[in-house]
Design a protein around this ligand. Structure first.
Ligand SMILES: Cc1cc2nc3c(=O)[nH]c(=O)nc-3n(C[C@H](O)[C@H](O)[C@H](O)COP(=O)(O)O)c2cc1C
Length: 363
């Protein structure tokens, strides 16, 4: 079937003509330099992966308060903007396109990572089960401090500033991190949001912050260069919702109003039935969404093409396969063997397991 659309077919994404439907999924690699500033090693890593239809950067904190792990890059200081500029210039010179993932971790932090050792902040003072990754090793999460209304307004402004900084740094767009148990997801799901004001209770109220942030970011970029990521069934970071289908159907319906670049839904947690709340068929979200839809989690070439041909997704984001195979589109197009990812080098370290995976033409 010659004309069948595959993951290697081009696609139009807002103003951008992408050569293929493969996204480099956002991947935290904990290799930023001093001051959480992107450094030359990061330039090489992203440049190696410029053949992805779209690169989404590792999650990048919008403020010093938004940080949750060691050596993750930020997008709130001038030095960080200049560091990112090296990356966007290098990716563009290879013909690639790159969005920045805007991040605030909320309660998934630790006082030792926070300015003046303050408590991490959250919709509600609910301590997540588990441990924070700190510069001193793993430490139990603490009970976060509940945000007041004025602070929520400030955080929306931090998102706006982060979006402006991403524009100055030469990105092609931004993806709002609404997934994986970080701040916006903490507001959305009822396991982590017990507020009784306009940001809690009903799904309309729990979705309010995500919509306000999206509105602020669109005011900077225009909606066609703004995207969002959701993780409806992801239990990671102690997340739970009593009715994920209702919550996320509502979220997607509301996000339709903007005309965003794409909706990115990770299926992570789908295999852990009910851990994050009662499971449902995520394909329903694609039916509700009126734009480009991107799925993720455990996809390879065969699954990606099957999903596209069933019209269950428009593009696919690849994480660990892209970590180990910088030239993944070429490998897919040639049916070449894939390098094996080394999980021991995923988070932190140096060039090993980061920029030293061979490309086909260096094998
Ligand atoms: C090392 C690593 C870092 C990750 N960092 C992020 C991140 O910064 N932001 C995010 O939204 N997801 C992050 N994820 C999740 C991935 O984007 C992706 O959803 C996950 O790896 C599943 O896709 P895959 O099976 O193709 O790898 C990370 C995953 C891994 C393995």
């Amino acid at each position: 079937m010659k004309n069948e659309i595959t993951v290697l077919s081009p696609i139009q994404l807002g103003p951008y003509s992408l050569p293929n439907r493969m996204m480099l999924a956002p991947l935290t690699r904990n290799r930023a330099g001093k001051g959480n500033v992107p450094q030359p090693l990061n330039v090489e890593y992203y440049t190696q992966r410029a053949s992805a239809g779209l690169i989404v950067s590792e999650a990048s904190q919008i403020s010093p308060q938004g940080v949750g792990y060691p050596s993750t890059p930020g997008i709130h200081s001038q030095e960080q903007v200049e560091g990112w500029r090296q990356i966007t210039d290098a990716v563009h010179s290879k013909g690639g396109r790159i969005f920045l993932q805007l991040w605030h971790v909320g309660r998934i932090s630790h006082p030792s990572l926070q300015p003046d050792e303050y408590l991490p902040v959250a919709p509600s003072a609910i301590k997540p089960a588990g441990q924070a990754v700190t510069y001193q090793g793993l430490k139990d999460f603490v009970t976060p401090r509940e945000l007041d209304l004025a602070e929520i307004t400030d955080i929306i402004e931090d998102y706006r500033t982060g979006a402006e900084n991403a524009l100055s740094a030469g990105f092609d767009g931004v993806e709002i991190h609404g997934a994986n148990g970080y701040l916006l997801d903490q507001f959305l799901r009822d396991g982590s949001n017990h507020r009784s004001d306009i940001y809690g209770g009903s799904v309309e109220n729990r979705m309010r912050l995500m919509l306000e942030v999206t509105d602020a970011v669109c005011s900077v970029w225009g909606a066609s260069r703004v995207a969002i990521r959701l993780s409806p069934l992801q239990p990671f970071n102690d997340m739970f919702d009593s009715n994920p289908e209702v919550t996320f159907s509502y979220a997607v319906e509301q996000l339709n109003r903007f005309g965003l670049s794409y909706l990115h839904v990770t299926e992570m947690g789908k295999e852990a039935p009910n851990a994050a709340g009662p499971a449902f068929d995520l394909v329903n979200l694609k039916r509700i969404w009126k734009g480009i839809y991107i799925t993720n989690s455990g996809y390879d070439l065969v699954r990606a093409n099957a999903s596209i041909s069933r019209n269950e997704t428009d593009m696919v984001a690849f994480g660990v396969l892209f970590i180990a195979n910088p030239d993944l589109p070429m490998r897919f197009s040639q049916g070449a063997n894939l390098n094996k990812p080394d999980p021991s080098t995923f988070y932190g370290g140096d060039a090993k397991g980061y920029t030293d995976y061979p490309s086909l033409n260096t094998n």
